[in-house]
Design a protein around this ligand. Structure first.
Ligand SMILES: O=c1[nH]cnc2c1ncn2[C@@H]1O[C@H](CO)[C@@H](O)[C@H]1O
Length: 321
């Protein structure tokens, strides 16, 4: 199986539906309306997707829940050939700003990640992801928590959530805290909003890479800058197609981006919400753009270059690509 690198995967968004059913049953929580007929999760549009996400996330409360979630998400990744994954985790979902609870949470998901690595060889780090629609103050507190936790697997800060709210500059204080604390930086931009959102995020937050970023193709000057500066875009075509930004994979900018020399890679975002997984992404990219082993290997090398892990881990993973 082709070895793959996954840089953009929200931990709760990747919850296997069978695990959600199991945890809900264990707690006696109703799952009425949670699941779609296709076996994934039900949602109507982007706003409703964010609500559905929170509902699934709220099932996971205890350290044992979180350990189980991390292990099953990473085992699922490994089934599709992923050898390294960065999980977007959010203290806002699990710790409400409390450093002790956050430390407990990190210990639990680390245990899950270690079990998955022992079973499959997959390696993982965590990107502490702030939630845009909760506002800049919560983001700054989450950034402080991420820096202060000093956990070796927390290697980056991210920003996800509703891109239509606030301005990237509002989150500069959070990103300054993280940069000064030695974390790498990424943010969602150019998914729900256009090219200007990507430019603003790059300028205001001094990012090391961008999540999605695909709508940068709408602005030739920005696209040229991204190519020249080698800005990595961690795109999620299946997610974008499901959220209806693009009618199908052929219409997705990833083909144009890579053909023009941009450093863009493919991840799955929230796979059971979007009927996708890495196997499906690769199959769809092959049928849309004719990509084969050479294209996929080049893409995986670019993703590894942009990964938030140390040089020794990069060298070890590069040997497996
Ligand atoms: O596809 C997406 N686009 C934007 N935000 C997302 C997406 N998937 C998840 N989240 C956001 O990330 C947070 C947890 O990391 C979730 O709370 C959700 O708001």
């Amino acid at each position: 199986m082709t070895a793959k690198i996954e840089l953009h995967l929200h931990i709760e968004g990747a919850t296997p539906p069978a695990l959600a059913r199991e945890v809900a049953a264990r707690k006696g929580v109703s799952t009425h309306g949670m699941f779609a007929e296709d076996g994934g999760y039900a949602w109507e549009d982007f706003t409703d997707f964010l609500r559905a996400y929170d509902r699934v996330a709220a099932l996971f409360v205890t350290p044992e829940d979180h350990r189980q979630l991390a292990e099953s998400v990473l085992r699922e990744c490994a089934k599709h050939g992923v050898i390294y994954a960065e999980l977007a985790i959010s203290s806002d979902h699990v710790a409400e700003g409390d450093p002790v609870r956050f430390a407990e949470y990190l210990a639990a998901i680390t245990e899950g990640a270690e079990a998955a690595e022992t079973a499959t060889g997959i390696k993982a780090n965590f990107v502490a992801t702030t939630i845009r629609h909760l506002g800049p103050d919560r983001a700054a507190r989450a950034a402080r928590l991420a820096v202060d936790c000093g956990h070796p697997r927390v290697t980056g800060l991210g920003l996800a959530g509703d891109e239509r709210l606030f301005h990237p500059a509002d989150f500069a204080p959070a990103f300054d805290i993280a940069r000064e604390g030695g974390l790498k930086l990424t943010a969602h931009a150019g998914e729900a909003c256009g090219a200007q959102s990507v430019r603003d995020a790059l300028d205001a937050l001094k990012l090391d890479r961008v999540d999605h970023g695909v709508r940068a193709v709408e602005d030739p000057a920005l696209l040229a800058r991204i190519i020249d500066e080698g800005v990595h875009l961690a795109t999620c075509p299946g997610s974008n197609v499901a959220l209806m930004s693009y009618r199908d994979w052929r219409a997705h900018p990833i083909g144009q981006l890579r053909a023009m020399g941009a450093r863009a890679s493919v991840s799955t975002d929230d796979p059971p919400f979007f009927q996708t997984d890495m196997t499906r992404e690769y199959l769809e990219l092959t049928s849309a753009f004719g990509w084969g082993p050479a294209e996929f290997a080049a893409m995986a090398r670019d993703a590894l270059d942009a990964a938030f892990c140390d040089a020794a881990t990069k060298a070890e993973l590069a040997a497996r690509l």
